[in-house]
Design a protein around this ligand. Sequence first.
Ligand SMILES: Cc1cc2nc3c(=O)[nH]c(=O)nc-3n(C[C@H](O)[C@H](O)[C@H](O)COP(=O)(O)OP(=O)(O)OC[C@H]3O[C@@H](n4cnc5c(N)ncnc54)[C@H](O)[C@@H]3O)c2cc1C
Length: 372
Amino acid sequence: MRLTLDDHAAFRQEARAWLAENVPADRAPVDGPASRDFALAWVSRCHQGGWAGLGWPEAYGGRGLPPENIVIWYEEYVRARAPSVLDPTFVALNHAGPTLIALGTEAQKAHHLPLILEGKVLWCQGFSEPGAGSDLASLTTRGEVRGDEIIVTGQKIWTSFADIAEYQELLIRTEPGTSRHKGLSWVICDMRAPGITIRPIRNMAGAAHFAEVFYDEVRIPLSNVVGEVNDGWRVAMSTLGFERKTAAIGTQLDLSVKVEDLIAMAEAAPGSAMAERLADLRAEAAGLRAMTYRTLFRDAATPFDGSLMRLTFAELAQRVAACAMDMLGPEALIDGPWTHDYLEAYSETIAGGTAEIQRNIIAERILGLPRE
Ligand SMILES: Cc1cc2nc3c(=O)[nH]c(=O)nc-3n(C[C@H](O)[C@H](O)[C@H](O)COP(=O)(O)OP(=O)(O)OC[C@H]3O[C@@H](n4cnc5c(N)ncnc54)[C@H](O)[C@@H]3O)c2cc1C
């Protein structure tokens, strides 16, 4: 059934009223157990209010809503200044959950999906390795199938929230002698299993939200494989595809709110010579929003459109943060939300595929230029 404009207005009103009552007043802690407690409490509250898993099928505890409603939800979400969607629950709600719904067994879904939606567990993503980032297919972490178990040995790096997560979507090489995309498996790894060592890495913003993870003969039941053994590349591509869907809209809309905050700051301090720069940022944020809506609702959208959005967002986020620093002047030296954002924004053109890789994809897959 197609929803009418009146249905959308009513939904928006419902979302706005609930958010006004429920958004936490405190700023989310940036790392460690406090960030875990804060994020899980927020998901649990959303779930109790009927606002978790909006796009998930009803059979798995969601509301089965179409993308229009999810866009409206995120528009209201950022307007209410609700916690960032890129918090420790991001992987569980936006990667792992959707991957299990699409490709998991009924037993995997029955166990994990309620825990995720009710805000009881966190997940992290173990894809990147010291020698396999942009070129993910060169990963070497080994999984040896022995009876009804896989024994995992190797290392991952840059695993966000590894130290506070219960589960990991782990990509390993299970077929000896294979290379590149063949012979990989996507497995559910219990982060408390014996043989796992987690070493947090502190970034230049002072936060330790990602980590190195070492695996020394970690035993994972074969029943934790999602999809088929040795078919992990297909599952991983499905996981990465979810990242570029509706979840991305939350972070992109949030950027528009930041630009409006900067404009309000400039209005409160007349005489600052920022008008032209702020006008450009507002126009760029509007352009990004338009591009995202078009990608979400265009039948012919391809996974490569995600690269356009990702690149535009990442570079704009850095320009917005740099503008805030210039407006703050010497005050920027005092650690505050804008300064933290500015330092964190450096990673925007690395995480989720670097700017150079996105440009390669746009050049080759969208513009049809020769492959490098
Ligand atoms: C904040 C943050 C959070 C992250 N969280 C996670 C996570 O939770 N789980 C996870 O698995 N990973 C995570 N990552 C890792 C991220 O996916 C990788 O950093 C990213 O894919 C780049 O890989 P790399 O760091 O190995 O860099 P490399 O691939 O080694 O790249 C180094 C440089 O070479 C350039 N380069 C590489 N190949 C090419 C090419 N073909 N053409 C042109 N230039 C090229 C890159 O653009 C880059 O400038 C995170 C990263 C960050 C910054």
